[in-house]
Design a protein around this ligand. Structure first.
Ligand code: TGC
Ligand code: FAD
Length: 396
């Protein structure tokens, strides 16, 4: 075995394990482009959006479309056809800005667009995907219902045939971008299994209502979808799937993005805490000089680097076509829980300043309370891993 002679590169707090060198030039370019966009367009405004509980979704969708990040890991129909790893890096940078911005991109590309791309007809793809990739049309994904969250198989939304048409009735809850979407992908139970429908805004009987008083994901629109005897032609049905496999396959995609994104939020909190700890003086010394604070910083740096390595490994597996849903469950469970712990530690380092929107920390911390719940709660992912380890399902 040869002994390296060159000195190892200097340690950098923002990339302690030098993970950057494991990326290709193209991946670094994409990452840097998204990072610059977040720095210039998101970070200066997102605290206000969060405080006001609103976000300029249409404007952001157009900008994100110009950046080529909407459905960026899909091939054809105006999509960028980037690698899964590049998509993950983009999610990481977007969520370093705010989970709500990453949510917009996840729901658009991994849920609504992916559903049409994977399970739709050629006509549906031609009609929606180019506009959605460009950010000219926002899409949402309606799976969850008031009484069917972790257990979407118990959904009550029903689709029944009526001649050549379908009649869809039901209620979807907690739907990201519901009221600002041009198109909703809605999942419904039917005599033929679980079916997906492409429901354009303005269809008779289809209305939305925003959910207010959220203390998390405030820079993101969350809505109810109400479907009251909505008549749809058979051409609105996603023809290639008729089971829960349809929506769950989309969730794999979005959950993968969250594995990266949550670590981006954690990184932003770590960087805020590191910088604050060096500037804030108490008892005549910067608080960074105290062992307890250094222990917190060391924990945060370790968790951010660990999370990034996990995400990168999943990215490489996905690019090879070797990823399994259980891998994604492990990534989401570990990285979101880790990110929450990083944010909670960072918030304490910032003292009273940690509770204000002047710093990003409590915003990220509150956002992650949604992230740990949506796209499969931490418990659901633990049970998926448990099932893979033991061969025993503990869901029921
Ligand atoms: P089960 O009987 O196991 O499976 C039913 C059918 O689905 C297939 N399947 C999968 N296919 C693809 N990917 C997966 N991960 C799959 N898991 C299962 C399975 O093979 C079967 O296919 P088939 O052809 O035999 O019919 O289903 P179950 O009812 O026991 O449920 C399993 C469970 C609990 C894991 C699943 O229901 C689950 O994941 N629940 C969590 C629900 C969830 O995550 N909802 C998220 C809603 S969307 C959202 O939150 C967006 S947030 C906004 C943002 O992302 O930013
Ligand atoms: P429940 O399923 O009722 O769970 C409550 C508790 O019970 C949790 O702790 C859970 O882990 C636990 N639990 C459930 N089952 C078991 C079990 N078998 N064993 C042990 N514990 C269990 N959905 C969409 O379809 N589209 C969207 O765009 C979307 N966006 C969202 C945006 C936000 C901001 C939020 C907060 C949610 C969004 N969701 C969306 C919904 C989200 O996917 C659900 O909230 C999530 O799946 C959990 O469902 P629930 O809230 O009904 O909780």
């Amino acid at each position: 075995m040869s002994t390296p002679t060159a000195a190892p590169p200097a340690l950098r707090p923002e990339d302690f394990l030098n993970i950057d060198r494991m990326l290709s030039d193209e991946e670094r370019d994409i990452r840097d482009t998204v990072r610059a966009y977040v720095r210039d367009k998101i970070t200066p405004n997102v605290g206000d959006w969060f405080e006001e509980g609103q976000v300029p979704a249409a404007e952001l969708a157009k900008e994100l479309g110009s950046l080529n990040v909407l459905g960026m890991h899909l091939e054809g129909y105006g999509c960028a056809g980037a690698s899964a790893t590049a998509y993950g890096l983009a999610c990481m940078e977007l969520e370093a800005g705010d989970s709500g911005i990453r949510s917009l991109v996840s729901v658009q590309g991994s849920l609504a667009m992916f559903a049409i791309w994977k399970w739709g007809s050629e006509e549906q793809k031609q009609e929606w995907l180019p506009r959605m990739a460009a950010g000219d049309a926002i899409g949402c994904f309606g799976l969850t219902e008031p009484d069917a969250g972790s257990d979407p198989g118990s959904m009550r939304t029903r689709a029944r045939r009526d001649g050549d048409d379908w009649i869809v009735s039901g209620q979807k809850m907690w739907i990201t971008n519901g009221s600002v979407s041009e198109v909703a992908v809605v999942w419904a139970q039917s005599d033929e299994g679980v079916l997906g429908f492409v429901v354009p805004k303005g269809t008779k009987g289809f209305t939305t209502q925003d959910i207010h008083k959220k203390l998390s994901l405030r820079a993101s629109i969350t809505s109810e979808l109400l479907l009251d005897e909505v008549r749809l032609p058979d051409s609105a049905r996603l023809p290639l799937v008729s089971s829960l496999k349809g929506p769950l396959s989309c969730l794999n995609e979005a959950r993968y993005g969250i594995v990266w994104g949550a670590t981006g939020a954690a990184r932003a909190c770590f960087e805020a805490a590191l910088s604050y700890s060096k500037e804030r003086t108490q008892f005549d010394k910067p608080i960074a000089s105290y062992q307890i604070q250094q222990q917190k910083l060391a924990f945060m740096a370790t968790e951010v680097n660990r999370g990034t390595l996990v995400a990168l490994q999943l990215g490489r597996l996905k690019d090879e076509g070797a990823i399994r849903p259980e891998h994604v469950s492990m990534g989401k469970l570990g990285n979101v829980n880790g990110a929450l712990e990083v944010c909670r530690n960072a918030r304490q380092v910032l003292g009273a300043n940690g509770i204000t929107l002047e710093y990003p920390v409590i915003r990220h911390m509150n956002n992650l309370e949604s992230v740990v719940t949506y796209e499969g709660t931490a418990d659901v992912h633990a049970l998926s891993i448990g099932q893979a380890l033991t061969g025993i399902s503990a869901f029921r």
